[in-house]
Design a protein around this ligand. Structure first.
Ligand code: KIV
Ligand code: ZN
Length: 388
């Protein structure tokens, strides 16, 4: 089995469909080009049949992106697949991604069909997509709640029909890592032709487990992860691209798996998506939150000043952030004050550390965070005292 994990980004499809206001064609293209720079393998650009605007943006992205496969989504219906094929045909490399639900809940309540009908529709959809490309992905929507025997049957049937990637979504974010990893393991043990396709996963975050479930799937043989920048997506969102990519990079020695992600592009891509989508990133969000590389405790600050890896498992530079940040608060020690004053251009002989530190603690107790301009003001007043 390959040790390369493909990153399939669906920010422009699953992410975009959950936004309060849709993105313009130009904004979608800007994001697609940022994803290309980031090194994603597949960019899901949209759902062409859903609207003329979506068709146009998928077409535009297909035309402009050169270093990633561009994918479009379609239901398992000929008209959807034709719209995908039409929008994507200008691309150098493209993929048709077709899906249908496989869980009893969806099959009987939503689609009002039998399991037999669904297998037939899935197989027909994959064959129809084969008129346009041989890069065909099939998704078993709500696979996380699909009976494993039926899921195995479906996966085998769509691979026989020509699917080259089979995606196993946890559409409603219901499964747990042991359970979801187990589903992938069973597929590998029970589906006879499984090695003819890449097994992909697409996890939602309703219980906050999207990244953990994706990782469990990779541990059990999945080699494509579907994810979004900043984890945006339907309801509580999707697996976050930056988190899964940095897990595999930071723990490379443990997993021996690689992605094509250029992690130094992560921070700026995250900022671009946040701004254009008008979706602020929570400050304590892993990897891209404004606090992700900030240290507040005096003990931690002292530690990172002595050796960065005491409290940092990856460097800020590795995700494209210039440097870490040490918050000046009443928990900060003398060491960090001296360090910050040095960064601001002051020599130790310019000030009395004990006096500045005492004044700093008084101020920090009153206002919480002390900023660089506060420190400079303390220095100024201390100097004035000496001059009088
Ligand atoms: O969550 C889901 O099941 C999906 C499919 C269309 C892949 O978004
Ligand atoms: Zn989804």
């Amino acid at each position: 089995m390959t040790n390369q994990v493909k990153i399939f980004d669906t920010t422009l499809r699953d992410g975009e469909q959950a936004l309060p206001a849709s993105l313009s064609v130009k904004e979608k293209l800007q994001i697609a080009l940022a994803l290309e720079r980031l090194g994603v393998d597949i960019i899901e650009a949209g759902f062409p049949v859903s609207s003329p605007g979506d068709f146009k943006s998928v077409q535009m992205i297909a035309k402009e992106v050169k270093n990633a496969t561009v994918a479009g989504l379609s239901r398992a219906l000929p008209a959807d697949i034709d719209a995908c094929g039409e929008a994507l045909k200008v691309a150098d490399q493209f993929r048709i991604h077709t899906f249908i639900a496989t869980s009893d809940i969806h099959v009987s309540n939503k689609l009002k069909k039998t399991q037999e009908d669904i297998v037939e529709m899935a197989v027909a959809a994959v064959k129809h997509a084969g008129r346009y490309t041989n890069d065909i992905e099939f998704s078993c929507e709500d696979a996380g709640r699909t009976h494993i025997d039926y899921l195995c049957r479906m996966v085998e049937a769509v691979i026989n029909a020509g699917a080259t990637t089979v995606n196993i979504p946890d559409t409603v974010g219901y499964t747990t890592p042991t359970e979801f990893g187990g589903i992938i393991k069973q597929l590998f043990n029970r589906v006879p032709n499984i090695d003819k396709a890449t097994i992909s996963v697409h996890c939602h975050n309703d219980l906050g487990l999207a990244v953990a479930n994706s990782l469990a799937a990779v541990e059990n043989g999945a080699r494509q992860v579907e994810c979004t920048i900043n984890g945006i997506g339907e309801r509580a969102g999707n697996c976050s691209l930056e988190e899964i990519a940095m897990i595999l990079q930071t723990r490379q020695a443990m997993y021996d798996l690689n992605t094509n992600i250029n992690s130094k592009e992560i921070s700026r891509t995250s900022k671009l998506v946040s701004q254009l989508c008008n979706m602020p990133v929570q400050s304590n969000k892993a990897i891209v939150g404004s606090n992700a590389f900030s240290h507040s405790s005096g003990i931690h600050q002292d530690g990172v000043l002595k050796a960065q890896n005491t409290y940092e498992i990856m460097t800020p530079e590795s995700v494209g952030i210039n440097k870490n940040h040490l918050n000046l608060t009443s928990r900060s020690g003398r060491h960090v004050i001296k360090h910050r004053l040095h960064e601001l251009g002051y020599k130790e002989s310019d000030y009395d550390l004990e006096a500045i530190y005492a004044a700093f603690l008084k101020l920090a107790d009153k206002k919480g965070q002390v900023y660089d301009y506060d420190l400079e003001a303390l220095l100024f007043f201390d100097q004035q005292k000496h001059d009088q």
